[in-house]
Design a protein around this ligand. Sequence first.
Ligand code: AMP
Ligand code: GLY
Length: 420
Amino acid sequence: MRVLVVGSGGREHALAWKISRSRLVRELFAAPGNPGIAEVATLVALEATDVEGLAHWSRENQIDLVVIGPEAPLVAGLADRIAREGIPVFGPSAAAAEIEGSKAFAKEIMEAAGIPTAGHGTFTALEPALAFARARAGRVVVKADGLAAGKGVVVCDELPEAEEALRAMLVQKVHGGAGARVVVEDRLEGPEASCIAFTDGERVRMLAAAQDHKRIFDGDRGPNTGGMGAFSPTPTVTPEVAEMVERDVLLPAVRELARRGRPFRGALYAGLMLTPDGPRVLEFNARLGDPETQPILLRMTSDVVPALLGAAEGDLSDVTLEFDRRAAVGVVLAAEHYPAKPTAGDPIDGLAGPFEEGVQVFHAGTARARDGRIVTAGGRVLTVCALGDGLDDAARRAYDAAARIRFRGMQLRRDIGKRA
Ligand code: AMP
Ligand code: GLY
């Protein structure tokens, strides 16, 4: 097979690495990819959101499967456009991806399907939104309806905070159209977990559960980021919880989308809070998580390609997914001043290792400079992952490997995988 991976982050490097190990794959391409992905795939100089360009290129190059990593091209309709070329595509249509693209739509699906989530209201006007927040003494979470590059969620303790967030989104329009409508919801408490499944529009196949660390500093302090690290498995998602999430969250969402004529083919991601009253959905994503994918795919022992193709073609009935019993931890190495204004262009040393067996270094924000050196080129630069006998051992191995890598201003958390 000839496979194209779309995207350029750590998630896409992990996907490309795993796909490249499949006996079914003869040639692997990535658009636009990154220098790490270039070690396992041929790079194609097209942006992930170049819908027409990618559709033409895939047809001209007789691609048998397109795997779309990030949400932006999904919401922009890349999967629809590729499907029109008659090429199987892993990743939902724009209509199905709305479950991530609009938080109000996600709530509508959850309500219709009886999926447990936080109590909430959807607003376009300030006064009724304020009244909702007031009735909860400001202990609410304010969410921009649309995609806001991970900055559209404000967790509030008190009313003035909620009022400020609501004014910023609804009046000052800091997120433009994405925040012209907001979801305000009850603030819940509990550990979080990421449960992701491949789905063909009807059946679901759960991946190993994971947990990520969203705040920039140790102990979950400081601003939110795209994710500073992740680990799998997570002890909070017992086999019983996983079964409950499949039965009460993922399958009902897949069925409700199909019922509305929006079958979801790809990876459906439920971001959960495990409250004393049971799991509650905080968000759905229409794609694999980043950085969760890195440790999850490191643990996957089955060939991923039949699963990607099965989801793309609408038939996962013959697919089972197996995971290594060992744990995996992924530590993100981020650039100086991330997440506000990451610096770029700093040379990275130590990428060649040597690393212990079971260690994988996935690239995200890296580039090859003119002199051939790999330099930083984005906020999250690398995810250093390792397998180990249990989370402590996996974390130790990941941190040993991370200690070999250096660049100016490198930031990393010291407690990834240790929360459990
Ligand atoms: P989201 O993008 O919706 O997952 O929100 C980002 C982060 O905000 C989550 O990972 C949680 O830490 C937090 N969050 C979202 N919704 C809630 C909620 N209802 N209660 C408490 N924290 C929340
Ligand atoms: N790590 C969270 C996400 O991918 O949305």
